[in-house]
Structures are given as C-alpha cells and as structure tokens.
Design a protein around this ligand. Sequence first.
Ligand SMILES: [Zn+2]
Length: 338
Amino acid sequence: MTTNLRDRLVLRHYLVVAGLLAASAALSACDPGSSARQAAAEPEREPGWTWSDERVMETVNAVRAGRDLQPAQWPDGARVAVLLSFDVDNETVTGLRYGDATVGSLSEGQYGARRALPRVVDLLDREGVPASFFIPAVSLVLDPSQIGVIQAAGHHEFAVHGWIHELNTSLDAETERALLQRAVEYMTEATGTRPLGYRAPSWNFSANTLSIIREMGFLYDSSLMADDQPYEIDAAGEPTGMVELPVQWILDDAPYFNPRGDSYANPRDVLQVWIDEFEVALAEGTIFVLTMHPHVIGHRSRIVVLEELIRYVKGYGDDVWFATHLEAAQYVKDQAGL
Ligand SMILES: [Zn+2]
C-alpha cells in the first residue's frame, strides 16, 4: 500500500466517522451516481453469502437483460446508431429533490434552462442532429420556455425523467406511480405529445419501476447497463417487450465534471474517451448512447468539446445514423418483430 493510498483510506475513514460522506453524496452536482449508491447502502442488508441459491436467483432475475435486440443493420445501410440524450435536470438535482435547496445551488440549476439548454440546442440545430431530452417535469414547470427551444427544429424527442427527479428506490409503489403519472400528464399537455421514453432518475429501478412503466405504456427505457447494444428487459425470467437502450457512467458527462469535487476532468480528455467509445461502437455496428445534462455540458469550455465530437462523428457521413432514442427503439423493436 502506498503512503498516498493509506492517507486516502485514513481520510475516508474519518469522513465516514464524521458522517460527512452521505452529506457530500447528497450535495453532489452529479445527477445519478452518488445518490443512487447512497440509497442502495442505506437499508439493513444481509450479505449475499448468507442467501439461499433461490434468493440469489430471484434477486438477480427480477429485472435482467434478456433477448439481444441488436438489428442486423441500421437504416439506409448505416454502420452505427448515434443517440444523443440530454437529461434536463436543472434545479431538480441542484436542490429540490432532497429538499435541501439553497439559493446558490438553485442558481447553478437555473443556468441549465437559462443559458445552457439554448446553447446546446443551438449547436444541435446548426449541425442538424436530433436528440432526446429526458426531463423531470418540474424543470419545464420552472421554465416553460425550454419547450419552444427544444421544439423549434421539429425533430427532438421529449421523454420522461420523473416528476422532480425523485429517488424512486426510496418510494412505495403508489407514490412512484402517482409522481410518474403526474409527470406524463404534465408533459403531454405542455408539449402536445405523449412521451414514450423513460429514463429513471438516478438510473435506478425500484422493485416496482418496471411494472409501472409497462402499465403506463412506455415503449422503451434508457436507464440500465447490462450491454452496449439494445436488449429486451426480462422480469422474473419472462420477456416483457420493453426495449432497453443501455447507458453507462463512462458515457455520462456528470461524473467527469464536478467542479467542486475530486472527479473533475479535462473536457478534452473526456472527448477522447467518447471518441474511443464511438469508434468501437462503429466497428461493432452497435449504438453509441451519450448522456449529458445541459447544466453540465452547456458551459463554454465543454460545449466546444461536444461540438468537436459531433463533427468527428459526422465525418463518417452515411455510416452514421443519428436518431432519437424513440426512433432507435421503434426500429429495433420492428426489426426484432416485437
Ligand atoms: Zn437526472
């Protein structure tokens, strides 16, 4: 063990003892990650080595990747599908969802609607690239001007990301369902179109999430991580017909860019990671799903990197199919005969 590592472990121990680790997780500007891990660690757990084989299997199979939905080809002979998504979290993750809002943290979220989203959409529209916007409905309530900004190009998708970025793993089924119904009703009314895509706040399912989104008629989910390519979600070993367009922390801006934390990365280094991810997706003929947040990627030193990435990808011309998540989900579903 190096001195450096030992020092870090001592520091971590101190933080745990001081009860500060949970606080720092709750305050993280990063959308999913820390809070999801925190919630997962909270309940009293019996370690896996004490479980019966049946319990292991039941737990693992509750929600699990099933049939591979990778199509034999993409539309018009494209070699890769590129799906850009923006989780418009704004104030919902910089203060509201945990009820710990402060003026400073809320202002950091408002930047998402006020400056970053128009900048992001302007880039997309100049480049003629469609994207999917996964939105906690409260973000639109707080600044409805975002609807017109997103709608202007006529090809971006509105999808659901909870009501107020609620942590569904901490909710009972009734509350989770009621919040999601409220979100869908609001977004349908506000945008004129019923959203068919779901992304769980914090990228995690409760025991009830899958059955709730099936009941509500969502066409696809984009929250889970069991593959690099599309798959059908199974529930208790049975196929559900729900298309999963998988995500990954590597392909999410938030964990890289916490300006006050220990995870800050040079945007140009992150660009190289995403280019490498894209190159392998292209070589394998699969999908490149990139999750960003306007209040994270929309800053000046980062939007230039997104612009470079889009231009790099467009350099492959007709080999690339830029699509919304909904278009891709519908396509793979049709190709698979689902
Ligand atoms: Zn989010």
